[in-house]
Design a protein around this ligand. Sequence first.
Ligand SMILES: NC(=O)c1ccc[n+]([C@@H]2O[C@H](COP(=O)([O-])OP(=O)(O)OC[C@H]3O[C@@H](n4cnc5c(N)ncnc54)[C@H](O)[C@@H]3O)[C@@H](O)[C@H]2O)c1
Ligand SMILES: [Zn+2]
Ligand SMILES: [Zn+2]
Length: 365
Amino acid sequence: MRAALLEKQGEPLRIVDDIEIREPGVGEVRVAIKSCGLCHSDLSVIDGAFPATVPIVVGHEAAGIVERVGPGVTHLAPGDSVVLTAAPPCGLCYWCVRGEPGVCVNAVGIQTNTFPDGTTGLSRRGEVVYRGVGLGAFAEYVLTPATGAVKVPPDAPLDILSVIGCAVQTGVGAVFNAARVQEGSTVLVIGLGGVGLAVVQGARIAGASQIIVSDPVAARREAAARFGASTLLDPASTDVVAACKDLTGVGVDYAFESAGRASLVQVALNATRNGGVTVCLGAPPLDEAIEISPAVLFTVSEKKLVASVLGSSGAPREIPRLVGLWQAGLLDLEGLVTARRPLAEINQATADLRAGRGIRTVMLI
Ligand SMILES: NC(=O)c1ccc[n+]([C@@H]2O[C@H](COP(=O)([O-])OP(=O)(O)OC[C@H]3O[C@@H](n4cnc5c(N)ncnc54)[C@H](O)[C@@H]3O)[C@@H](O)[C@H]2O)c1
Ligand SMILES: [Zn+2]
Ligand SMILES: [Zn+2]
């Protein structure tokens, strides 16, 4: 099959057409990918901020059509439209049965770039090809456990719905499931890419009274205003913590770090009111660390620092809910997709993301 292959971190991707993908096994499906958004987590693998074994196919914000189902799959059939997730919950492990599928022990592919047993189902000229960020969807086909492919209406525009697979599931899910933002509360969002702008929309849907946003890119602040932000801050010229204290009197009830810089987690913590919640969504380079004084930031203040991966919810539950919000006109997915490009233009898309041009580029496969 055809795919965008990363052969060395820090170098451009190359389109190749000789990758082999195995047949779906028990409980698996093979999906013909129609569209896949480019997320900063893909860029972190491409540029080397996250270590990864190569050669690897990245791309994990995808939608497509079920091509073939493996033995035992009864709820999906060839021809079904699906949105994919990089973290398919197994439904059986300690965490899944506790209702914490975000940390399903069998959904580790997002870190290992393999299936749980270490295989990838992909090869090229006899060499293993890794399945990047839990999917490897900048490719014609993807193999996934059937819980990782969630059926959507047959006539739904897949190029639009693919952004649910990562950015929207992560951002809106973090608001609903990790922070549990309450009506009338105040929210700060630091970093307004696909993830941060989904947080803004989730906070608006949850009924936040103030949504304060910060990003150095003016166009992204303006996009946030369209999605419901109430105050736009440029961190280059404004003290974000002081502004949050001024605007709320006490600090924000919830602060989200969705830029992917460790130093901004500290800003988010400082902007959070005593007793409030700071949510880490960004995935900073692995050598960045957060320095926190427990006495000042936690013991006396009772601030809560939480993390959230892919919206802290199982995709089979969350994706239909997000599709429903979109169908009801409450969630704007179209506004997040600012460019569509053929797979052959993947390196232009990565250049746009590095430069903060547009919001999400969706690659059409
Ligand atoms: N937790 C998860 O499950 C999950 C899922 C997807 C992505 N991520 C991570 O979330 C982060 C955001 O992803 P994205 O695809 O939206 O990225 P993006 O590159 O589109 O957006 C990041 C934004 O942060 C802004 N930024 C940079 N410096 C800033 C500063 N000092 N103050 C405020 N904003 C600043 C940038 O201008 C940009 O708009 C990445 O680290 C990504 O790896 C995490
Ligand atoms: Zn992502
Ligand atoms: Zn599980």
